[in-house]
Design a protein around this ligand. Structure first.
Ligand code: NGS
Length: 401
């Protein structure tokens, strides 16, 4: 009997011990779950917080830009050029500290796992601040500036202007820009000019509080230079790079540096010739109808005239051809009333080889306008690369088109 009672007492004691162990186990599980959950949450939050936060970090701008590029690339996986763009931007990112690298890997792996565009957009849209006020049409502190023509190393210039996003893209940080402007620069073998041009043009444009991108369009191969066809390529390719597209195009020789910030890089109602007065020509307009050097056209104006002619190989005439196209389509060339605003400095270079056919071509402009230009443009895109201060578009334009 005592054994029985002892047994009963023992089993009662054992029973309550089991209950206590069970309780402890449950508590431990709850604690582990709590901790485990927190760890998981924290890792996700750390990555997302990186997208949301940290406005002091200049890396933020790059990452944000990269995420935007990712969105774009997932929309068009067949476009090799855009993939190149993304790779380049990732290269820039992975130079940064380890945690940022982890976050890049995290985001990249999520994208590989098949994260949809929508989800990425959601991550991005969560970062969107309330809309900023509109920028001023013409900021009040603009005025004449000097041009530094001294030789510079491109690598050095590329280390300047951290406020510019990869690809030479910029939007004012404190206001919403009124103008979205693509600067199209035809290019070949002028690295010296490129460095001086970028060093001058970025601070000049930032001061005007516009949203802009610098597109250097390089001719591949050895055929005679075709400035006008490169402009057409720049127009088409830069539009592909910009969600919603650019509204205004400034076609810009690389050897011209604007000397007055009041020379606004916008597109007025009629096409504007910007580079009226150049130091090399003693600040005198060479002739009334000149449309070369730097000129501004809206998307509508440029497409209505079917872009530039593709037929001008070698120096001269292609800008006069554009002048005729504009007249033919009932546009008229404009300049600033106060011409002193339109002053430029020209960088030294060897004279280019003139196109002997240019005068003959000019006699045909109005007849062939519709069958020569954007509508018949043919080229092979060699590559598109985002450098810090510019997007480089290399194109083989050898096809006669
Ligand atoms: C004209 C050219 C234009 C050129 C302008 C100024 O003679 O293409 O000179 O050139 N027209 C013809 O040759 C038909 S500049 O001295 O600024 O390089 O833009």
């Amino acid at each position: 009997m005592p054994n029985v009672s002892m047994g009963t007492a023992n089993s009662g004691w054992r029973g309550s011990r089991v209950v206590r162990y069970l309780l402890l186990l449950v508590l431990a599980l709850v604690a582990m779950e709590y901790l485990f959950g927190s760890i998981l949450d924290a890792s996700v939050l750390r990555s997302i917080r990186h997208l949301h936060n940290d406005s002091q970090s200049s890396f933020y701008a790059m990452r944000f830009n990269w995420a935007k590029q990712m969105t774009k690339t997932t929309q068009d996986k067949n476009n090799e050029a855009e993939s190149v763009t993304v790779n380049k931007t990732i290269d820039i990112n992975i130079d940064n500290e380890a945690t940022e690298k982890d976050n890049t890997i995290y985001l990249a792996s999520r994208i590989e796992e098949g994260l949809t565009n929508k989800t990425i957009e959601k991550l991005i849209s969560n970062t969107t601040e309330p809309p900023l006020p509109l920028c001023e049409e013409s900021p009040s502190d603009l005025g004449p500036i000097m041009a530094n023509k001294t030789e510079l190393q491109l690598d050095y210039v590329e280390t300047k202007y951290p406020e510019v996003d990869p690809g030479g893209l910029y939007a004012p940080p404190n206001c919403t820009a009124r103008h979205r402007v693509a600067i199209i620069v035809p290019y070949r073998d002028r690295e010296q000019h490129l460095a001086v041009f970028l060093n001058h043009i970025h601070p000049f444009l930032m001061k005007q509080q516009i949203e802009y991108g610098i597109f250097i369009v390089e001719q591949y191969g050895n055929k005679a230079f075709n400035r006008a066809k490169l402009m057409n390529v720049g127009f088409v390719e830069s539009q592909k790079q910009k969600a919603g597209g650019w509204q205004c195009f400034i076609f810009h020789d690389i050897d011209l540096l604007p000397l007055d910030q009041r020379n606004l890089y916008h597109c007025p109602e009629q096409p504007r010739h910007m580079s009226a007065l150049i130091d090399k020509f003693h600040y005198k307009l060479p002739y009334k109808d000149i449309f070369g050097g730097v000129s501004a056209m809206t998307v509508e104006q440029f497409t209505k005239v079917n872009g530039f002619s593709n037929k001008y190989w070698g120096w001269g005439g292609e800008d006069d051809d554009m002048f005729r196209r504009l007249n033919k389509m009932n546009y008229h060339l404009t300049r600033y009333d106060d011409l002193s605003i339109a002053k430029y400095a020209m960088l030294e270079h060897k004279p280019s080889v003139a196109n002997p056919k240019r005068y003959q071509l000019l006699t045909q402009t109005s007849k062939i306008l519709k069958s020569d230009g954007l509508s018949t443009l043919e080229y092979k895109l060699v590559k598109v690369t985002q450098h810090h201060l510019y997007t480089l578009i290399v194109a083989n334009i050898d096809e006669p088109s």
